[in-house]
Design a protein around this ligand. Sequence first.
Ligand SMILES: [Zn+2]
Length: 771
Amino acid sequence: MPASRPPGPAPESRGRLPGSLVVLLLLAGLAAWSVLALDPPAPAAADAPATSFSAGRAFAHVEEIASEVHVTGSPAHDRVVDGLVATLGGLGLDTRVQNAVGTWQSGPGAAEMARVRNVVAVLPGTASTGRLFLMAHSDSVETGPGASDDAAGVATLLETVRALTEGEPLRNDVVVVLTDAEEACLCGAEAFTESHPLAAEGGVVLNLEARGTTGPPITFETSRGNAGLAARYAAAVPHPVASSFAVEVYRTLPNDTDFSVLLADGDFTGLNTAFIDGNAAHHTPQDTPARLDRGTLQALGDNTLALTRELGDADLTDLARPGDGDATYFPSPIGLVRHPGSLVWPLAGVAVLGVALLAVVDRRRGSSLPRTLVGTLAALVPLVLAPLAVVGLWRLLVLVRPAYASMLDPWRPGWFRLAAVAVVALVVLAWCALLRRRLGAPALRTGALALLAVLAVVLAALAPGGSYLAVLPALAGVLGGLLPRRVQLLGALLAGAVAVVVLAPTVALFFPALGLAGGAAPAAVATLLALVLLPALEGLFPAGPARLRALAVPGVAVVLAVLLTAVGLAVDRFDQQNPVPSQLVYALEADTGEAWWASTEQQPGEYTSRYVGTPRTLPYDYPYLSGRAVATGPAEVTGLPTSTVEVLDDLSSGGQRTVTVRVTPQRDVRLVVLDLDASGGTVTAARVQAREVPVDALGEDRLWVTFHAPPAEGIEATFAVDGAGPLSLRVVDGSDGLTGLPGFEPRPAGVDAAGTHSSDLVVVGATTDLG
Ligand SMILES: [Zn+2]
């Protein structure tokens, strides 16, 4: 650090406290506006004009669809399918049910399959240039009624189609695809792309999803080369909340929706939209119609209807193919800001040059280049420390409320999110208080901007859609810094305003996206924002060497962080509507007479602990539990009937053996696992319910097929094996609901099933020797 001639406080910061406060207040107002502008509109009533979208009308569909759990293969789901066929048929659409077997997510030795019932309806265009697919999934999880996920999406499409039939016919064919078994394995979407004639030529798809119950619908995923679709979205959509940064983030995540299946098919382009806030209820019994935010439903509907009209009348010839490049875009209070991806590198270059110029100007104003360089390295400190501090805050909350450990977000995370922002402010202000007199305010400011410029370049190379987050605040900061000293507060305001508009919505959307458990990411974005605000914050600090007074500034942030955390803890208490999640499985191995309770909870809560204790890996594989350490405990062996296995055919020729079996569950099950052990031989082919098991699951000496929604009469499977060893088939069937099992006590009020695919699952395994 260049210790000689420590610069005094910049003269322009003297006596600037009132000015600084005004600037900060204006920026706080702008931040509030930017974040509140993301909020969905008020819901339209059921008597809204017939050609517009009404959340009131759509909500009636939600109540109908989500009146009960309607998991794939259940009578409740059949009822939903019948209702969808009646509604779409009643609107005059040619509506059919595609009965098929889908398969997805296969890998060496394992495949997921499902019997599916997709509802497919066509609204013919007047002179179609291609097909526009509107997609949502009709099934719920087994643990909850799925009002948000995805009855809201389905209801949105029903109400959208109704509004379309009231207006002028569109140019293009619109195909409504209400998929099945999305929750189980995305198998409905796979069956559609694999074998439905309407899918053969591909097209443009709009997929509607949910990972929460509230918040703005975010168009978070696109096909590659999205510039054309982004332009249409920007032109048409009344509540645009979409970000090319989200697209980049999602491309790196392992998460999947039906949209993944369509993209993998290669013939589709499109946009994927989901609302994600209120995640605590997702996939749980609390995902009820009452909890669904009707404003969210209105935003989803307004956007979907507008986009359907836009794309329904567009020439889809080019839009249905991946375009040349990805656009950069992000939400702002005055609409979607958008520029071509080709500008990403030039902007990053200009930012780098701009920061270099500012460093030279700083030098002429009394700072030095080495000092600016130290300022750049110093800016890394809060960028690392603030996210760590927010992780620490979450750890602390989990210590106070251990049930948070198995949640992505608490039920009411709002105050905690503000506390996390206060923690970021605390770190940046403390860092600034300690360094500003040593390095000088200009070196800190320009150093921070240099870090942003470097980040802009790194993002341009790795995730170009996210580069704007660093480049625009950096450019604005440079412009603000270059202004003459006497208007430096104005510069601080302008730079801060750009940073706030670009970054505050990102922070607000990042919190629900990753949850407080992943709060490090929004904390990092908030830190970038705070670093650009340094010139505006500078006036808060005393001009003289009053160290104690300087530390009073971060002191205010400490008080805020503590207060906000305390309010959060007081507001977010577990109760009947906002219960502690509890995950519990009953596993029975019928041949050996062993039974266990098992839980995937990291730290089993009070209720779950009645059944399970130490983590271990169970001696047998069960769906959702195999290969992972789970908390287990002894359970009473019950007489639950195992699936019967009947050998229909057994042929051997030339070293290959082909066995056909019928597996028939003897109780009401949701899934059946066929676990074939070829004793060192190789499984070369397999077919289940007349659908070939994907080749990437073959070639091993074991094959594990999870088949969802088996019909009551059972499933027929054929296995071809190279090798002379004996074969054995272990069948595990799975049903939902622990009620009635010996030793099971219903959960008390304030505790309920967790939102996982294995909550309240009853699995029964038994092995049949095929000789
Ligand atoms: Zn879903």
